[in-house]
Design a protein around this ligand. Sequence first.
Ligand code: IPM
Ligand code: MG
Length: 355
Amino acid sequence: MNAHIVTLPGDYIGPEIIAQAVKVLDRVAAVYGHSFTFDERKLGGASIDAFGVPLTDETLAACNAADAVLMGSVGGPKWDGVEAARRPEKGLLALRKGMGVFANLRPCTIHPQLSSACPLRPDIIEQPIDIMILRELTGDIYFGKRSRSEDRKAATDEMAYSEMEVERLARIGFEMAKKRRGRLCSVDKANVLECSRLWRETVQRLAAEYPEVEVSYMYVDNAAMQLILRPSQFDVMITGNLFGDILSDESAAIAGSLGMMPSASLGSGTRGLYEPIHGSAPDIAGRDIANPLGTILSGALLLRHSLGLEAEAKAIESAVSDVLDAGFRTADIFAEGMTKVSCTKMGDLVAERIK
Ligand code: IPM
Ligand code: MG
């Protein structure tokens, strides 16, 4: 198959981790006889430095013409002084909105080789943990109106959702739950927020169409607690943009390292945006010590969801698992008795195990 992929390395460790994911995808193409072309563009701070804005119209158009987009990370102290409307993160938000990728899949599983990196008690993680956090990505307080009073001593951020936005996300959640273990937990704050009451009513209405899915409703504060107390109770979790941002970082801590976590963002077609869930890690940038596995695993999600290449996606996931089995670790997941490797070396090790 021929596929055209736009890469957006972004800032700080972004270029280092993207290079490893591209290396692995190149290897997949060679082994399986595909042709992947990569078109590298600037996003975030890198784009501010080059063009004065965090996302240009041209880059967005290139992303919307590609089969898939692979992003590294954006932001960092270099652009802290930049005014709010032009911050690096704005580029990422505008990209998500501009690509219409409203459904953000953030899987959380504990790689058995890394179970010692999980901060939870062994008896809590005895039951398998396999959670799919489905985060709404183009609505909520992230995209509402903002204001600041003239004296700058008061501020507002508007939270807004429409029934359509909730419904299209929830339907993906129900479909996923059907293919997984049949359980869907909808997370909201319906005891306080009107947006959450709309969210819950919408999910309740749809539930009637999916009798095979067992639905539960949880307030976000309780969900945050349940994730720590009994994470194995969750199968698919659907939630809004802000709650999903917070709960997915919490789930990353459960999995052992933010560096391991991939994500996929999808809209109504197959084109998607793939990114690790971690940030740009300015403190370790340029030292070749970042963990590229979250980005490499995002590459696997890209093959699965945008290109329909399931065997190739599994090949990457197995290669990652083999490398961990063999005891190789980047600094963030290093433990006594393991072999510490650089970001580049980790990329090489995964690539050479693609068969
Ligand atoms: C994430 C990040 C982003 C978000 C930031 C960088 C805007 O935290 O992808 O989770 O809040 O969505
Ligand atoms: Mg986040």
